[in-house]
Design a protein around this ligand. Structure first.
Ligand SMILES: Nc1ncnc2c1ncn2[C@@H]1O[C@H](COP(=O)(O)OP(=O)(O)O)[C@@H](O)[C@H]1O
Ligand SMILES: [Mg+2]
Length: 259
């Protein structure tokens, strides 16, 4: 398939879809300054899988994630989480959906400095007036190896530990979907590898669905599937990626560029 060709895919017969889009377009601004960030994207995010989204800077990766998560409005097309269409939902319903069904991990850890790790982890649920399932919370805390860090504040934690707290916060409510936008971007390589291992375990051992935006071929290699975006379109996908294969594919976008 050529890099300029747009893929149109049917809903896969095997496996459930945790999220999907059809004809998803997003334009920022209007008139001469309008920017098409997404151009009629059809994507299926498989449940219980780890999907990486790659592509050159400005190709629409973050926009796709925000539209899939109901964090941004779409210009055209439709988005479903599970079997539920979220395009057209009102603000209150979207807020509830984001709070209860979606977890986020960002490049900057976004922890509240005055709260302990434990308080940060349960904050979204506390705000929503929901009790964490204690067994699930224990599993998440142990999987992310945070048991002996729970009473620490963010400044008392390393970057890697802070990002693990942010991951635990994203997983605490056992959301249908976890989105991570460049989650290893602010971590040293060892902490980054560790975090990727935890995201992998969240999928393999806890049955979560993870969608991760990254520009790092080594990070993408932890996923089950890599989707490639270019100019707001999905132009390729790669199952069972290796870092070498991802790097080779990325070079085809712009051979002069270093990734
Ligand atoms: N809030 C915004 N206002 C205007 N343009 C935006 C906004 N957010 C993103 N864009 C533009 O949309 C395109 C896609 O951006 P983005 O999704 O952030 O790409 P990526 O995450 O792949 O780097 C870029 O051209 C970017 O400049
Ligand atoms: Mg981005």
């Amino acid at each position: 398939m050529s890099a300029t060709e747009q893929r149109t895919r049917e809903v896969p017969a095997d496996g459930r879809t945790a999220a999907r889009t059809r004809g998803l377009s997003k334009t920022y601004g209007s008139g001469e300054t309008a920017v098409t960030a997404l151009d009629s994207v059809d994507v299926d995010i498989r449940e219980g899988r780890f999907t990486a989204v790659m592509g050159p800077s400005g190709s629409g990766k973050s926009t796709l994630m925000y539209c899939l998560a109901g964090l941004d409005t779409v210009t055209d097309g439709r988005v479903w989480i599970d079997d539920r269409e979220i395009t057209g939902l009102g603000d209150a319903e979207l807020t509830r959906l984001r709070r209860d069904e979606i977890g986020f991990v960002f490049q900057s850890f976004n922890l509240l400095p005055t709260l302990t790790a434990r308080e940060n982890i349960t904050l979204p649920m506390d705000i929503g007036g929901r009790e964490p399932d204690p067994e699930w919370l224990d599993t998440v805390i142990d999987t992310l190896r945070l048991r002996d860090r729970l009473e620490h504040r963010p400044t008392q934690l390393s970057g890697g530990q802070q990002q693990r707290v942010a991951c635990a916060r994203a997983l605490a409510s056992r959301p249908k979907l976890v989105f991570a936008d460049e989650p290893t971007g602010n971590l040293d390589s060892r902490s980054g590898l560790e975090l990727l291992g935890f995201l992998r375990r969240a999928v393999d051992e806890l049955g979560q669905t993870v969608v991760m935006v990254t520009h790092d071929p080594g990070a993408a290699a932890h996923a089950d599937l890599v989707l490639y975006l270019a100019d707001g379109r999905i132009v390729d996908e790669m199952p069972d990626p290796t870092a070498e294969a991802v790097l080779e594919r990325m070079k085809r976008f712009d051979p002069a560029r270093q990734y």
